[in-house]
Design a protein around this ligand. Structure first.
Ligand SMILES: Nc1ncnc2c1ncn2[C@@H]1O[C@H](COP(=O)(O)OP(=O)(O)O)[C@@H](O)[C@H]1O
Ligand SMILES: O=c1ccn([C@@H]2O[C@H](COP(=O)(O)OP(=O)(O)O)[C@@H](O)[C@H]2O)c(=O)[nH]1
Length: 238
């Protein structure tokens, strides 16, 4: 099975704790050991938001702010590469072709951001579509997609299962400025919808949850399924 894992910066490197990065690298290694082909995309997290906040106060425009974010995602990608100990290409891929070539060589491609106006959520969705992945996993800081931001709204209810177009409709009204917070960004949702990519959004703070979702189809987050899919998501990956 071929899987693309998007690891949010808030999950991988909230405080630059080496053990946390090593834990996520170990999960990738376990998946590779189970004959999965894995691509990883790493986000910028709180560090990116701090740079973006400071640069915004200094008068930088949105594209310039996105460039700060991209640089931080690529530094975080280098952390994962360092922890993967030779399993990955030596530096973050700059584009999908480079990542696809790494995958064909048997390496784990690791990407950060690639261009302004989006987030690494979209990078992960595009990489998954480009390499024709069987599964796309968003390992984020909340356990799936909710009816409202679960960090601020105690009434927020989780969606167990959504179609790609339902995901697009939910995400569309959310803010799109640099450093904006949403379970996945709008471009990612649109790519997931058009590619009919099987997608899981889950709490990835514990990397074993990523392993369980990929290897056994077990998770408590949100499944995004193709339109008209009646298959039991639990049976997908067996
Ligand atoms: N409707 C929603 N469902 C789920 N999460 C949401 C929603 N609206 C906003 N969020 C926020 O999106 C955030 C997930 O994205 P983010 O903080 O960028 O994490 P990551 O670093 O994993 O990408 C969560 O902190 C959550 O508070
Ligand atoms: O292809 C990309 C990826 C990231 N970013 C910028 O980098 C920030 C941090 O990336 P992301 O949101 O993916 O990280 P996360 O907060 O999800 O860890 C984003 O808000 C964007 O401003 C971008 O412009 N293009």
């Amino acid at each position: 099975m071929r899987v693309v894992i998007s690891i949010g910066g808030s999950v991988l490197a909230p405080n630059l704790d080496a053990d946390r990065v090593a834990g996520h690298a170990a999960a990738v290694e376990t998946l590779v050991g189970e004959d999965c082909e894995v691509g990883a995309v790493v986000g910028g997290g709180g560090v990116a938001r701090e740079y973006i906040g400071t640069a915004r106060r200094l008068g930088a425009n949105e594209v310039q702010l996105d460039q700060f974010g991209i640089d931080v995602t690529r530094i975080n990608a280098r952390l994962l590469i360092a922890a993967l100990d030779g399993l990955s290409a030596p530096s973050p891929a700059h584009d999908y072709e480079e990542a696809g070539e790494a995958l064909r060589r048997g390496d784990v491609p690791v990407m950060g951001g690639v261009m302004p106006g989006q987030t690494t959520d979209a990078v992960a969705a595009a990489l998954a579509e480009y390499v024709d992945a069987d599964l796309l996993v968003y390992a984020t800081s909340v356990d799936g997609v909710f009816s409202a931001d679960p960090d601020t709204d105690p009434e927020a209810e989780q969606y167990g299962r959504l179609t790609g177009s339902e995901l697009v409709d939910l995400i569309a009204p959310m803010s799109r400025g640099a450093g904006a917070s949403a379970p996945v960004d709008l471009l990612a949702a649109k790519l997931i919808e058009r590619s009919k990519m099987r997608t899981v959004v889950l709490d990835g703070t514990d990397p074993e949850r990523i392993e369980a979702a990929v290897l056994r189809g077990e998770h408590t987050g949100t499944d995004v399924v193709p339109e008209g899919c009646t298959e039991d998501p639990d049976g997908w990956n067996r």
